[in-house]
Design a protein around this ligand. Structure first.
Ligand SMILES: *Cc1c(COP(=O)(O)O)cnc(C)c1O
Length: 386
Protein backbone atom coordinates (compact mmCIF):
# COMPACT_ATOMS: atom_id res chain seq x y z
CA UNK A 1 0.00 0.00 0.00
CA UNK A 2 1.31 3.47 -0.90
CA UNK A 3 0.25 5.60 2.11
CA UNK A 4 -1.12 9.13 1.72
CA UNK A 5 1.56 10.45 4.07
CA UNK A 6 4.54 9.00 5.85
CA UNK A 7 7.34 10.17 8.12
CA UNK A 8 11.00 10.03 7.10
CA UNK A 9 13.26 8.83 9.93
CA UNK A 10 17.01 8.88 9.29
CA UNK A 11 19.91 7.41 11.26
CA UNK A 12 20.68 10.95 12.47
CA UNK A 13 17.13 11.15 13.93
CA UNK A 14 17.61 7.81 15.70
CA UNK A 15 21.01 8.83 17.08
CA UNK A 16 19.57 12.10 18.37
CA UNK A 17 16.80 10.30 20.28
CA UNK A 18 19.12 7.61 21.64
CA UNK A 19 21.55 10.19 22.97
CA UNK A 20 18.71 11.83 24.93
CA UNK A 21 17.79 8.41 26.39
CA UNK A 22 21.37 8.12 27.63
CA UNK A 23 21.40 11.66 29.08
CA UNK A 24 20.21 13.03 32.42
CA UNK A 25 16.96 14.55 31.20
CA UNK A 26 14.04 12.77 29.55
CA UNK A 27 11.84 15.80 30.13
CA UNK A 28 12.38 19.43 31.15
CA UNK A 29 16.01 19.49 29.98
CA UNK A 30 17.89 21.50 27.36
CA UNK A 31 16.40 20.01 24.17
CA UNK A 32 12.94 21.57 24.32
CA UNK A 33 14.23 25.16 24.66
CA UNK A 34 16.75 24.45 21.92
CA UNK A 35 14.04 23.14 19.56
CA UNK A 36 11.85 26.15 20.39
CA UNK A 37 14.66 28.59 19.68
CA UNK A 38 15.49 26.91 16.37
CA UNK A 39 11.91 26.87 15.10
CA UNK A 40 11.39 30.49 16.22
CA UNK A 41 14.56 31.53 14.40
CA UNK A 42 13.68 29.55 11.28
CA UNK A 43 10.24 31.14 10.85
CA UNK A 44 11.08 34.55 12.31
CA UNK A 45 8.99 34.53 15.49
CA UNK A 46 10.07 35.92 18.87
CA UNK A 47 8.64 33.22 21.15
CA UNK A 48 7.95 29.51 20.61
CA UNK A 49 6.36 27.06 23.05
CA UNK A 50 6.65 23.35 22.31
CA UNK A 51 3.80 21.14 23.51
CA UNK A 52 2.70 17.53 23.38
CA UNK A 53 0.36 18.21 20.42
CA UNK A 54 -1.01 20.94 18.21
CA UNK A 55 -4.36 20.30 19.88
CA UNK A 56 -2.84 21.28 23.24
CA UNK A 57 -1.19 24.31 21.65
CA UNK A 58 -4.55 25.42 20.20
CA UNK A 59 -6.18 25.00 23.62
CA UNK A 60 -3.64 27.12 25.52
CA UNK A 61 -3.56 29.65 22.66
CA UNK A 62 -7.32 30.16 23.07
CA UNK A 63 -7.00 30.44 26.84
CA UNK A 64 -4.12 32.90 26.58
CA UNK A 65 -6.32 35.09 24.37
CA UNK A 66 -8.97 35.05 27.09
CA UNK A 67 -11.52 32.89 25.27
CA UNK A 68 -14.19 31.68 27.67
CA UNK A 69 -17.92 31.12 28.25
CA UNK A 70 -20.06 33.61 26.35
CA UNK A 71 -17.41 34.06 23.63
CA UNK A 72 -17.40 32.80 20.06
CA UNK A 73 -14.62 31.09 18.10
CA UNK A 74 -14.96 30.87 14.32
CA UNK A 75 -13.05 28.58 12.00
CA UNK A 76 -13.35 26.76 8.68
CA UNK A 77 -15.56 23.65 8.38
CA UNK A 78 -12.86 22.00 6.21
CA UNK A 79 -10.32 21.20 8.90
CA UNK A 80 -9.47 18.60 11.48
CA UNK A 81 -11.89 18.75 14.42
CA UNK A 82 -9.16 20.10 16.75
CA UNK A 83 -9.34 23.59 15.12
CA UNK A 84 -12.89 23.90 16.44
CA UNK A 85 -12.73 21.79 19.60
CA UNK A 86 -10.22 24.18 21.20
CA UNK A 87 -13.04 26.72 21.47
CA UNK A 88 -15.34 24.21 23.17
CA UNK A 89 -12.59 23.26 25.68
CA UNK A 90 -12.68 26.90 26.85
CA UNK A 91 -16.45 26.88 27.25
CA UNK A 92 -16.89 29.15 24.22
CA UNK A 93 -19.32 28.58 21.34
CA UNK A 94 -18.07 27.62 17.91
CA UNK A 95 -19.28 28.73 14.50
CA UNK A 96 -17.90 28.32 10.99
CA UNK A 97 -17.16 30.42 7.91
CA UNK A 98 -17.55 28.72 4.53
CA UNK A 99 -14.52 28.07 2.31
CA UNK A 100 -13.35 29.79 -0.87
CA UNK A 101 -14.02 27.31 -3.72
CA UNK A 102 -10.61 28.08 -5.23
CA UNK A 103 -8.24 27.88 -2.23
CA UNK A 104 -10.41 25.64 0.04
CA UNK A 105 -9.46 27.99 2.89
CA UNK A 106 -11.79 30.14 4.99
CA UNK A 107 -13.22 32.71 2.54
CA UNK A 108 -12.45 36.33 3.54
CA UNK A 109 -15.57 37.65 1.75
CA UNK A 110 -17.76 35.15 3.59
CA UNK A 111 -16.01 36.18 6.81
CA UNK A 112 -16.70 39.88 6.11
CA UNK A 113 -20.40 39.18 5.47
CA UNK A 114 -20.75 37.04 8.59
CA UNK A 115 -19.03 39.69 10.72
CA UNK A 116 -21.45 42.38 9.49
CA UNK A 117 -24.35 40.18 10.55
CA UNK A 118 -22.72 39.25 13.87
CA UNK A 119 -22.15 42.91 14.67
CA UNK A 120 -25.86 43.55 14.28
CA UNK A 121 -26.69 40.48 16.39
CA UNK A 122 -24.05 41.16 19.07
CA UNK A 123 -22.34 37.83 18.43
CA UNK A 124 -18.93 38.94 17.13
CA UNK A 125 -16.19 36.33 17.58
CA UNK A 126 -13.37 36.76 20.08
CA UNK A 127 -11.06 34.42 18.17
CA UNK A 128 -10.92 33.40 14.50
CA UNK A 129 -8.84 30.37 13.51
CA UNK A 130 -7.84 30.42 9.83
CA UNK A 131 -6.47 27.02 8.77
CA UNK A 132 -3.81 26.88 6.06
CA UNK A 133 -5.36 23.80 4.46
CA UNK A 134 -2.86 21.55 2.66
CA UNK A 135 -0.23 24.18 3.57
CA UNK A 136 -1.79 26.83 1.32
CA UNK A 137 -1.63 30.13 3.23
CA UNK A 138 -4.96 31.85 3.92
CA UNK A 139 -5.53 35.43 2.78
CA UNK A 140 -4.04 36.74 6.03
CA UNK A 141 -3.93 40.40 4.95
CA UNK A 142 -7.68 40.47 4.44
CA UNK A 143 -8.33 38.54 7.66
CA UNK A 144 -6.05 40.84 9.66
CA UNK A 145 -7.82 43.93 8.26
CA UNK A 146 -11.14 42.46 9.46
CA UNK A 147 -9.59 41.62 12.86
CA UNK A 148 -8.60 45.27 13.30
CA UNK A 149 -12.05 46.49 12.32
CA UNK A 150 -14.04 44.04 14.46
CA UNK A 151 -11.58 43.48 17.31
CA UNK A 152 -11.05 39.73 17.23
CA UNK A 153 -7.79 37.82 17.76
CA UNK A 154 -6.30 35.44 15.19
CA UNK A 155 -4.79 31.99 15.77
CA UNK A 156 -3.33 30.54 12.57
CA UNK A 157 -3.77 26.77 12.52
CA UNK A 158 -0.60 26.09 10.53
CA UNK A 159 -0.56 22.35 11.27
CA UNK A 160 -0.08 21.80 7.51
CA UNK A 161 2.08 24.78 6.77
CA UNK A 162 5.48 24.75 8.48
CA UNK A 163 8.10 25.74 5.92
CA UNK A 164 5.56 27.63 3.79
CA UNK A 165 5.72 31.36 3.09
CA UNK A 166 3.20 34.15 2.73
CA UNK A 167 4.04 37.57 1.26
CA UNK A 168 7.75 36.80 1.47
CA UNK A 169 7.78 35.78 5.16
CA UNK A 170 7.62 32.32 6.71
CA UNK A 171 4.31 31.11 8.10
CA UNK A 172 4.65 31.48 11.86
CA UNK A 173 6.38 34.88 11.80
CA UNK A 174 3.28 36.42 13.38
CA UNK A 175 2.98 39.40 11.04
CA UNK A 176 -0.71 38.78 10.48
CA UNK A 177 -1.87 37.01 13.64
CA UNK A 178 -1.52 36.77 17.42
CA UNK A 179 -0.48 33.12 17.63
CA UNK A 180 0.48 30.44 15.09
CA UNK A 181 0.28 26.71 15.81
CA UNK A 182 2.28 23.90 14.14
CA UNK A 183 1.70 20.14 14.42
CA UNK A 184 4.44 17.52 14.44
CA UNK A 185 2.21 14.45 14.10
CA UNK A 186 3.92 11.83 11.86
CA UNK A 187 1.77 12.57 8.82
CA UNK A 188 2.69 16.27 8.94
CA UNK A 189 5.72 17.88 7.29
CA UNK A 190 8.21 17.27 10.12
CA UNK A 191 7.52 15.06 13.11
CA UNK A 192 8.22 14.57 16.81
CA UNK A 193 5.88 11.50 16.92
CA UNK A 194 3.27 13.55 18.81
CA UNK A 195 3.92 17.22 19.29
CA UNK A 196 2.98 20.78 18.50
CA UNK A 197 4.14 24.34 18.96
CA UNK A 198 2.62 27.77 19.53
CA UNK A 199 4.52 30.82 18.25
CA UNK A 200 3.93 34.47 19.02
CA UNK A 201 5.71 37.83 19.05
CA UNK A 202 3.83 39.00 22.14
CA UNK A 203 5.63 38.52 25.47
CA UNK A 204 2.40 38.53 27.45
CA UNK A 205 0.87 35.72 25.39
CA UNK A 206 4.09 33.68 25.51
CA UNK A 207 4.23 34.00 29.30
CA UNK A 208 0.60 32.98 29.66
CA UNK A 209 0.99 29.95 27.36
CA UNK A 210 4.16 28.86 29.20
CA UNK A 211 2.22 28.87 32.48
CA UNK A 212 -0.80 27.03 31.05
CA UNK A 213 1.28 24.27 29.47
CA UNK A 214 2.72 23.34 32.87
CA UNK A 215 -0.02 23.39 35.55
CA UNK A 216 -0.15 27.18 35.89
CA UNK A 217 2.98 26.89 38.02
CA UNK A 218 5.81 29.43 38.10
CA UNK A 219 9.27 29.49 39.65
CA UNK A 220 9.85 33.08 38.54
CA UNK A 221 9.90 35.41 41.61
CA UNK A 222 8.69 38.27 39.40
CA UNK A 223 5.41 36.37 38.78
CA UNK A 224 4.82 35.40 42.44
CA UNK A 225 2.29 37.02 44.73
CA UNK A 226 4.75 37.13 47.62
CA UNK A 227 8.38 36.41 48.36
CA UNK A 228 9.66 32.86 47.89
CA UNK A 229 9.68 30.55 50.97
CA UNK A 230 12.98 28.97 49.83
CA UNK A 231 14.79 27.21 47.00
CA UNK A 232 12.04 24.51 46.72
CA UNK A 233 9.32 27.08 46.24
CA UNK A 234 6.93 27.44 43.33
CA UNK A 235 3.51 29.00 43.05
CA UNK A 236 0.42 27.96 41.16
CA UNK A 237 -1.04 31.22 39.87
CA UNK A 238 -3.42 29.88 37.20
CA UNK A 239 -5.17 26.58 36.36
CA UNK A 240 -2.92 24.94 33.78
CA UNK A 241 -2.36 21.51 32.29
CA UNK A 242 0.49 19.12 31.62
CA UNK A 243 0.98 19.74 27.91
CA UNK A 244 4.79 19.52 27.94
CA UNK A 245 6.88 18.02 25.13
CA UNK A 246 9.53 15.45 26.14
CA UNK A 247 13.25 15.79 25.47
CA UNK A 248 13.10 12.75 23.16
CA UNK A 249 10.50 14.46 21.00
CA UNK A 250 12.42 17.74 20.93
CA UNK A 251 15.65 15.98 19.90
CA UNK A 252 13.78 14.31 17.04
CA UNK A 253 12.29 17.68 16.09
CA UNK A 254 15.70 19.38 16.03
CA UNK A 255 17.06 16.66 13.79
CA UNK A 256 14.01 16.79 11.46
CA UNK A 257 14.07 20.59 11.27
CA UNK A 258 17.39 20.43 9.43
CA UNK A 259 15.57 18.81 6.51
CA UNK A 260 12.46 21.01 6.55
CA UNK A 261 13.32 23.22 3.58
CA UNK A 262 14.43 20.23 1.56
CA UNK A 263 11.19 18.40 2.41
CA UNK A 264 8.98 21.28 1.32
CA UNK A 265 10.98 21.76 -1.89
CA UNK A 266 10.60 18.04 -2.64
CA UNK A 267 6.85 18.27 -2.04
CA UNK A 268 6.69 21.13 -4.55
CA UNK A 269 8.60 19.05 -7.07
CA UNK A 270 6.20 16.13 -6.57
CA UNK A 271 3.18 18.43 -6.79
CA UNK A 272 4.37 19.95 -10.07
CA UNK A 273 4.85 16.46 -11.42
CA UNK A 274 1.30 15.46 -10.36
CA UNK A 275 0.00 18.68 -11.96
CA UNK A 276 1.54 17.65 -15.29
CA UNK A 277 0.57 13.98 -15.11
CA UNK A 278 -3.03 14.78 -14.19
CA UNK A 279 -3.52 17.68 -16.62
CA UNK A 280 -5.60 15.69 -19.10
CA UNK A 281 -7.87 14.06 -16.49
CA UNK A 282 -11.28 15.33 -15.38
CA UNK A 283 -9.93 16.41 -12.00
CA UNK A 284 -9.12 19.86 -10.56
CA UNK A 285 -5.53 20.03 -9.33
CA UNK A 286 -4.62 22.30 -6.38
CA UNK A 287 -4.49 25.99 -7.15
CA UNK A 288 -1.28 27.70 -6.00
CA UNK A 289 -1.18 31.25 -4.67
CA UNK A 290 1.00 33.49 -6.89
CA UNK A 291 2.58 35.37 -3.98
CA UNK A 292 2.94 32.56 -1.47
CA UNK A 293 4.67 29.22 -1.13
CA UNK A 294 2.56 26.38 0.23
CA UNK A 295 3.89 23.92 2.80
CA UNK A 296 2.12 21.36 0.58
CA UNK A 297 1.27 18.98 3.38
CA UNK A 298 -1.47 17.50 1.18
CA UNK A 299 -2.17 17.17 -2.54
CA UNK A 300 -5.95 17.24 -2.90
CA UNK A 301 -7.70 16.74 -6.23
CA UNK A 302 -11.36 17.42 -6.89
CA UNK A 303 -13.31 15.15 -9.21
CA UNK A 304 -15.23 16.83 -12.03
CA UNK A 305 -18.25 14.67 -11.34
CA UNK A 306 -20.24 16.09 -14.27
CA UNK A 307 -17.64 14.61 -16.66
CA UNK A 308 -17.50 11.22 -14.93
CA UNK A 309 -19.66 8.13 -14.91
CA UNK A 310 -18.23 6.99 -11.59
CA UNK A 311 -18.93 8.35 -8.13
CA UNK A 312 -16.38 9.72 -5.66
CA UNK A 313 -16.93 6.59 -3.56
CA UNK A 314 -16.22 4.31 -6.53
CA UNK A 315 -13.03 6.19 -7.38
CA UNK A 316 -11.93 6.08 -3.74
CA UNK A 317 -12.69 2.36 -3.34
CA UNK A 318 -10.96 1.50 -6.62
CA UNK A 319 -7.81 3.39 -5.60
CA UNK A 320 -7.73 1.67 -2.21
CA UNK A 321 -8.25 -1.72 -3.90
CA UNK A 322 -5.30 -0.94 -6.15
CA UNK A 323 -3.10 -0.32 -3.09
CA UNK A 324 -3.21 3.45 -3.17
CA UNK A 325 -3.77 4.82 0.34
CA UNK A 326 -5.90 7.77 -0.62
CA UNK A 327 -7.73 9.71 2.06
CA UNK A 328 -10.25 12.53 2.40
CA UNK A 329 -9.35 15.75 4.23
CA UNK A 330 -11.72 16.63 5.73
CA UNK A 331 -15.26 15.70 6.71
CA UNK A 332 -16.87 19.14 7.30
CA UNK A 333 -16.72 19.61 11.07
CA UNK A 334 -20.28 20.98 11.29
CA UNK A 335 -21.61 17.64 9.96
CA UNK A 336 -20.05 15.63 12.80
CA UNK A 337 -22.68 14.25 15.20
CA UNK A 338 -21.18 16.18 18.13
CA UNK A 339 -21.61 19.44 16.21
CA UNK A 340 -25.02 18.49 14.79
CA UNK A 341 -26.19 18.40 18.42
CA UNK A 342 -25.34 22.13 18.56
CA UNK A 343 -27.83 22.81 15.79
CA UNK A 344 -25.63 22.78 12.68
CA UNK A 345 -27.27 21.26 9.65
CA UNK A 346 -26.34 19.90 6.24
CA UNK A 347 -26.63 22.86 3.86
CA UNK A 348 -25.21 25.42 6.31
CA UNK A 349 -21.88 25.69 4.44
CA UNK A 350 -22.52 24.69 0.81
CA UNK A 351 -19.01 25.25 -0.59
CA UNK A 352 -17.52 23.07 2.15
CA UNK A 353 -20.09 20.36 1.56
CA UNK A 354 -19.48 20.44 -2.21
CA UNK A 355 -15.74 20.18 -1.61
CA UNK A 356 -16.34 17.14 0.59
CA UNK A 357 -18.30 15.41 -2.19
CA UNK A 358 -15.47 15.92 -4.73
CA UNK A 359 -12.13 15.87 -2.87
CA UNK A 360 -9.58 13.05 -2.64
CA UNK A 361 -6.09 13.40 -1.09
CA UNK A 362 -3.48 11.63 -3.21
CA UNK A 363 -0.36 10.19 -1.56
CA UNK A 364 2.47 12.68 -1.12
CA UNK A 365 5.40 12.51 1.27
CA UNK A 366 9.10 13.28 1.43
CA UNK A 367 10.34 9.81 0.45
CA UNK A 368 7.83 9.15 -2.32
CA UNK A 369 9.54 8.07 -5.52
CA UNK A 370 8.57 8.93 -9.11
CA UNK A 371 7.73 5.25 -9.63
CA UNK A 372 5.29 5.35 -6.73
CA UNK A 373 3.81 8.53 -8.10
CA UNK A 374 3.39 6.91 -11.53
CA UNK A 375 1.61 4.00 -9.84
CA UNK A 376 -0.83 6.47 -8.23
CA UNK A 377 -1.52 8.17 -11.57
CA UNK A 378 -2.03 4.86 -13.39
CA UNK A 379 -4.39 3.68 -10.68
CA UNK A 380 -6.31 6.94 -10.93
CA UNK A 381 -6.70 6.48 -14.71
CA UNK A 382 -8.21 3.05 -14.02
CA UNK A 383 -10.40 4.31 -11.19
CA UNK A 384 -11.84 7.04 -13.38
CA UNK A 385 -12.52 4.31 -16.02
CA UNK A 386 -11.07 6.37 -18.85
C1 LIG B 1 -3.13 17.48 12.66
C2 LIG B 1 -3.97 18.70 12.84
C3 LIG B 1 -4.29 19.22 14.10
C4 LIG B 1 -3.96 18.50 15.37
O1 LIG B 1 -2.63 18.21 15.48
P1 LIG B 1 -2.12 17.23 16.66
O2 LIG B 1 -0.66 17.57 16.75
O3 LIG B 1 -2.37 15.84 16.17
O4 LIG B 1 -2.86 17.57 17.88
C5 LIG B 1 -4.98 20.40 14.17
N1 LIG B 1 -5.37 21.05 13.07
C6 LIG B 1 -5.11 20.58 11.84
C7 LIG B 1 -5.55 21.36 10.65
C8 LIG B 1 -4.42 19.38 11.69
O5 LIG B 1 -4.18 18.90 10.47
Amino acid sequence: MIPYGRQDITQADIDAVVSVLQSDFLTQGPMVPKFEAQVAKHVGATYALAMNSATSALHVACKALGLGPGDWLWTSPITFVASANCGLYCGAQVDFVDIDPNTYNLCPQALARKLEQAERDGTLPKVVVPVHLCGQPCDMKAIQALARRYGFSIIEDASHAIGGRYQGGFIGNGRYSDITVFSFHPVKIITTAEGGMALTNKAELAEKMALLRSHGITRDPAQMTHESDGPWYYQQIDLGFNYRMTELQAALGISQLERLDHYVAYRHQSARRYDELLASLPVVTPWQHPDSYSGLHLYVIRLELDCLRVSQRQVFDSLREQGIGVNLHYIPVHTQPYYQCMGFRMGDFPESERYYREAISLPMYQTMTELQQDAVVNALHKALRL
